[in-house]
Design a protein around this ligand. Structure first.
Ligand SMILES: *Cc1c(COP(=O)(O)O)cnc(C)c1O
Length: 423
């Protein structure tokens, strides 16, 4: 058998994979038409017809409502903006606690802090990497108001369990489905089983508009509040006759007409993109079966995973080689897009030093914050272990993989596994 590339042998991956790029002539045409119209945005930050934006923004929102089967879709200029609008719309108060997973892009938790509320981190499930309902329940206090769950890597969190907990404790749920548009939980679209959910449209998600996001909800009142926060709430509430002024602090989170026009075209491609991604994942899982100590993605029963990431776990005790060395060997074989671990939000300096707004520890040092919030290493042992030693991600979103590409990826893994003793 040929020797490993890391030892001077030939690479297992010889093909050049096609970079994933969902943008095509349809988007070029749609964007060009908007540019030629001269109206690149039609929002006005005052109460009137243009409060809801221009024709493309509204057309895109109606298309999202029909695609995701929800009463309201509200477009925003990023999903980070969307998360901030969602937390504000729920009426979260300074010092309130929101339970969130640490195994996510930083913005999930930062959105909570933006309203001077306190992120409380619950641990994750070892097989799906989603927030663990048992850990959520263990972290509930009298100040807990909401749960922020994340459909990480393209698979829904355990919404039945989270909804039961939310009902028991009178909590709201926000679903950060940035990585999971078109994923399904018991037949229903991810993001739509929470009070508010939504998706990112940044450039490396399944579909994109450069930057952008979509909020979804079935609640008329919450939709109203999200529209207000998106577009200068404080200047609009008077004329609109809004009397509940809590969190009616507005932003400019408005999506442009060019992005919305591209979003309309992107949405038409989403199902096809997801189908390709799932097919690539299926090929990888089939090909990697039986490699000792390597766990391929676990898909929750009655759920559809859309594979933003292809998440694996290496049992280093069984494999007998550390994760770092395995990655070096695979990269030498030509595998691009492997990641060791993932973000562990609670270990970021902001939480470790408890310095967010100003320099004196606000909001944690404020009288409004009644919890001695713990962000120490050790609060989320499952996430920390995966991060430090056993999680191995493959960025399946980077390329459009055909069956030959998948076969070469599988060959690279099989070759490295056949030579584990030599590592
Ligand atoms: C991408 C992402 C975000 C942020 O979305 P943006 O559109 O980049 O602001 C938030 N949460 C998760 C889980 C993400 O993957």
């Amino acid at each position: 058998m040929t020797s490993l590339a890391i030892h001077g042998g030939p690479k297992a991956v010889t093909r050049t994979f096609k970079r994933a790029n969902p943008i095509g002539k349809e988007e070029v045409e749609a964007a060009t038409q908007v540019i030629q119209s001269g109206t690149l945005s039609q929002f006005l930050g005052s109460w009137g017809p243009d409060f809801y934006g221009g024709p493309k923004v509204q057309e895109f929102e109606r298309a999202c409502e029909s695609y995701f089967g929800v009463r309201h879709a509200v477009s925003v200029n990023s999903w980070t903006s969307g998360l901030i609008a969602a937390v504000g719309a729920l009426g979260i108060e300074p010092g309130d606690e929101v339970i969130v997973t640490p195994w996510t892009m930083c913005a999930s938790a930062t959105a909570i802090l933006h309203w001077n509320a306190i992120p409380v981190f619950a641990d994750i499930e070892p097989d799906t990497f989603c927030i663990d309902p048992a850990s959520v329940e263990a972290n509930i206090s009298s100040r807990t108001r909401a749960i922020m769950s994340v459909d990480i890597f393209g698979q829904s969190a355990d919404m039945d369990a989270l909804r039961r907990i939310a009902e028991r404790h009178d909590l709201k749920i926000i679903s950060d489905s940035a990585q999971a548009p078109s994923a399904r939980y018991h037949g229903r679209p991810a993001g739509t089983l929470a009070h508010i959910g939504g998706f990112s449209l940044n450039y490396h998600k399944h579909i994109h508009t450069g930057e952008g996001g979509i909020l979804v909800t079935n609640d008329d009142h919450l939709a109203d509040r999200m529209h207000l926060i998106r577009n200068h709430a404080e200047a609009v509430v008077g004329a609109k006759g809004v009397t509940d002024l809590s969190n009616m602090v507005g932003y400019n989170f408005r999506l442009g007409e060019i992005e919305a026009a591209m979003g309309i075209e992107q949405l038409k491609k989403l199902a096809g993109i997801v189908a390709c991604r799932r097919e690539s994942a299926r090929r990888l899982t089939e090909g990697l079966e039986g490699l000792r100590g390597l766990r391929t993605p676990v898909v929750r029963s009655r759920c559809d995973h859309v594979f933003y990431m292809y998440p694996m776990v290496v049992d280093t005790a069984v494999v007998g080689v550390g994760r770092g060395r395995i990655i070096e060997a695979l990269e030498a074989e030509g595998v691009v897009g492997l990641t060791a671990g993932y973000v562990l939000t609670h270990l970021l300096p902001m939480y470790q030093e408890r310095i967010a707004f100003g320099s004196r520890g606000f909001p944690w040092t404020s009288d409004l914050c009644t919890r001695d919030a713990k962000y120490d290493r050790g609060i989320c042992p499952v996430a920390e272990e995966l991060h430090e030693s056993s999680y191995l991600g493959y960025e399946i979103c980077l390329h459009e993989l055909d069956s030959d590409d998948c076969a070469e990826l599988v060959a690279a893994f099989r070759k490295v596994w056949a030579h584990l003793d030599a590592l």
